[in-house]
Design a protein around this ligand. Structure first.
Ligand code: F6P
Length: 319
């Protein structure tokens, strides 16, 4: 293998730049040429490529977003879109690809691998919803952002003795809500993995009030409901002064934490090694602090890991 490419795809996440840097520098260290493919699979189809040098990835390890830009491409899901992408890769002599993104991005990488372009997936998403890794790149930074917001909301919630619903991202997964809820001392955490009973939520609010709590913080995963609808339910049942904060895309930005930078660097380095070893159709990850890799088939068929004991603990600690 002489030349590889790297792209970022799907929703951006803090630490993607650190991953791009690791891929580029590791490849150059091993005397490979590296092309940056801009705008994800959209740029792959149109040939939006640029050869990257050591300096191209200087001064980016600490930056959020992705210098390669990103996109969600519907066209690349079609056979014709993939044919165009493969044609561009061949034209540039690119023999292997590192795809940084979430599970949708991995599906595209699997298609390319099946059609003779070796691809390695690197999990980059704030959602932490990919099997085969304990953490995805960006999750840790997003958590810090959410916790910072919860801490601030707690101040005003206490002053006004209010109930706050804080809606967080995560798509169909509840990891952001669960971890941030536990770290932020939320009274209630509502996630897609555990069915909630309105009577329980209301009961927790009321018992908290009875023993003198000045506020209630409810962290709600977007995969369950939107914040306004949920607040309406609570208001109808309790008649409490209730407010909603939707954190939205603020969760996707910001400088990556040290954890995300290190994770991205380790995964990026390993992804290049796998390509050099002639591996294809696999995703890198980290389990119990060891760098691992699984076939895309395994990643898609393994269940999304959910730590029910952590949820139980969060309930026990917020009585
Ligand atoms: O997958 C990352 C994510 O931020 C999800 O948490 C969220 O549901 C979605 O992307 C939002 O996507 P968009 O930026 O396209 O609105």
């Amino acid at each position: 293998m002489k030349t590889i490419g790297v792209l970022t795809s799907g929703g951006d996440s803090p630490g993607m730049n650190a991953a791009v840097r690791a891929v580029v520098r590791k490849a150059i260290y091993h005397d490979l040429n590296v092309y940056g493919i801009y705008q994800g699979y959209s740029g792959l189809m149109t040939g939006n490529f640029k050869k990257l040098e050591l300096g191209s990835v200087g001064d980016i390890i600490h930056r959020g977003g992705t210098i390669l830009y990103t996109a969600r491409s519907e066209d690349f899901k079609t056979a014709e879109g993939q044919r165009q992408g493969i044609e561009q890769l061949k034209k540039h002599g690119i023999e292997g690809l590192v795809v940084i993104g979430g599970d949708g991005s991995f599906k595209g990488a699997q298609k390319l691998s099946e059609q003779g372009i070796p691809c390695i997936g690197l999990p980059g998403t704030i959602d932490n919803d990919i099997a085969g890794t304990d953490y995805t790149v960006g999750f840790n930074t997003a958590l810090h952002t959410v916790i910072d917001a919860i801490d601030k909301i707690r101040d005003t919630a206490t002053s006004h003795e209010r109930t706050f619903i804080i809606e967080v991202m995560g798509r169909h997964a509840g990891d952001i809500a669960l971890w941030a809820g536990l770290a932020g001392g939320a009274e209630t955490i509502i996630i897609p993995e555990i069915e909630f009973k309105l009577s329980d939520v209301v009961g927790r609010i009321k018992s908290g009030q009875q023993r003198g709590k000045k506020h209630t913080i409810i962290v709600l995963a977007e995969g369950v409901s939107n914040g306004m609808d949920f607040a309406k339910l609570i208001k109808e049942e309790t008649n409490l002064d209730t407010r909603v904060t939707v954190l939205g895309h603020i969760q996707r930005g910001g400088n990556p934490t040290a954890f995300d930078r290190v994770l991205a660097s380790r995964l990026g380095g390993r992804a290049v090694e796998l390509l050099i070893e002639g591996k294809a159709g696999r995703a890198v990850g980290m389990e119990q602090n060891k760098i691992v890799d699984y076939s895309f088939d395994e990643v898609f068929s393994l269940p999304h890991k959910f730590d029910e004991s952590m949820y139980k603990l969060s309930q026990e600690l917020s009585i």
